[in-house]
Write a protein that binds this ligand. Structure first.
Ligand SMILES: Cc1cc2nc3c(=O)[nH]c(=O)nc-3n(C[C@H](O)[C@H](O)[C@H](O)COP(=O)(O)O)c2cc1C
Length: 383
């Protein structure tokens, strides 16, 4: 028997064992009302449990009401929000998968249109629909661009309040049963805008040199780690590079990752871009297959952190190559999972490791194995 591909081997991090290396990347559905998970979220996320992804991320969930990107974002700013997520978490875990939550604050990219209404600043049409803008906050009062809301520059007290909100959200995540939380430090949202010299021009202890600009990210991490159970993994998603002239660079991310490791982060989740009005993850960098893998590889190699690769990873063999090369420990898929929610199971078929459909839920696998035998006989019979 050839060895099981790494993609389908378990991975233990602290006290949590991921059944395989397939992670469903956090993906906003813009479908919540008042931040609460509903039937859409249940249906969307539970499908990935039936599809046997090792770890299933809930979308960016706002730690404060005003930290949502849009009116449709999930939130976890009250206990009731966590309670609404709990049945989904239980379903995911009942299928042997790991339930993960991304904790987020949108900063100056808060109060936006849902993508299908324009993906820009809220306008009169949105207000007529009931989506009213709200006051937003950021490192400085510089808006994302002309025509975008002007944020208020956060005071040290505002920052402390947000740090506390991340910790309170982690406590709620634990109560809801999540086994992983991730701090969203990417894509032009609050934490990344503090990291990047392009969006953080503050003159106080939260700005200036890289140490000052990293301070919010590190304070949030310390606060979350202090309340997040010792036996549960903590992820941090970074925009590895801004992909903009004069912006945050890969060397900066390596330095940040090192500091995060000292503070108890286990996995660095390596995305990029987004610190622009042009899109959630826009960056002026080439976008080929696996274009962000080199970021995950370098951070893993230089810090000893586990890394998660994401971005244009399309199939099992590509994922396996990344894992075998030692470039990453976990493989996150986003849009491929929208296209094929049973991606993990289909890749296991394609890679020839599950002829008996034994990885599938028994409600499906029992039938599919018999169907497969039957089909083989039919197709092998000469006509
Ligand atoms: C619909 C959608 C929503 C997304 N929402 C989030 C999010 O909530 N948090 C986040 O960090 N990234 C978000 N992303 C980015 C994905 O997690 C992922 O990094 C990106 O899609 C690249 O991976 P892919 O090429 O496999 O799609 C989103 C992407 C999509 C397509």
């Amino acid at each position: 028997m050839p060895p099981l591909p790494l993609l389908f081997q378990p991975l233990s991090v602290r006290g949590v064992t991921f059944p395989n290396r397939v992670v469903i990347s956090p993906m906003c559905q813009y479908s919540a009302t008042d931040g609460f998970a509903n039937e859409w979220h249940f249906s969307h996320l539970s499908t990935y449990a039936r599809g046997r992804a090792g770890c299933i991320f809930f979308e960016a969930s706002a730690v404060k009401e005003y930290g949502r990107i849009t009116h449709g974002d999930l939130g976890i700013w009250s206990d009731a929000h966590g309670e609404a997520m709990q049945p989904i978490v239980e379903f995911i875990k009942s299928h042997g998968c790991i339930a993960a939550l991304q904790l987020a604050h949108a900063g100056r990219k808060a109060s936006m249109q849902r993508p299908w209404f324009g993906n820009g600043a809220l306008n009169d049409e949105d207000v007529q629909r009931g989506d009213r803008p709200w006051p937003i906050s950021a490192p400085t009062d510089e808006p994302l661009d002309d025509g975008w809301l002007k944020p208020s520059a956060m005071s040290a007290t505002d920052i402390a309040d947000v740090v506390d909100s991340f910790a309170a959200a982690a406590v709620r995540a634990e109560a809801a049963g999540f086994d992983v939380v991730e701090i969203h430090g990417a894509h032009g949202y609050l934490i990344q805008t503090f990291l990047s010299p392009l969006s953080n021009t503050r003159g106080d202890a939260y700005g200036g040199d890289r140490k000052g600009r990293m301070r919010v990210a590190l304070e949030v991490t310390e606060a979350v780690r202090a309340v997040w159970p010792e036996e549960k993994p903590l992820f941090f998603r970074v925009s590895s590079v801004d992909g903009l002239e004069g912006g945050w660079e890969l060397d900066d991310s390596v330095a940040l990752a090192q500091e995060l490791k000292f503070r108890g982060v286990d996995v660095i989740d390596c995305s990029s871009g987004g610190n622009t009005p042009k899109g959630a993850t826009n960056a002026s960098i080439g976008r080929g297959l696996g274009f962000q893998v080199p970021f995950a590889a370098r951070m893993r190699k230089e810090t000893g952190l586990l890394s998660q690769a994401v971005g244009l990873i399309l199939d099992g063999p590509q994922a396996e190559e990344i894992l075998q090369a030692g470039d990453a420990d976990l493989i996150a898929i986003g849009r491929e999972a929208l296209y094929d929610p049973f991606w993990a199971l289909h890749q296991a078929q394609e890679m020839g490791i599950d002829d008996a459909f034994s990885l599938w839920p028994e409600q499906y696998g029992w039938w599919l194995e018999r169907r497969s035998h039957g089909l083989r006989k039919i197709l092998d019979t000469p006509h």
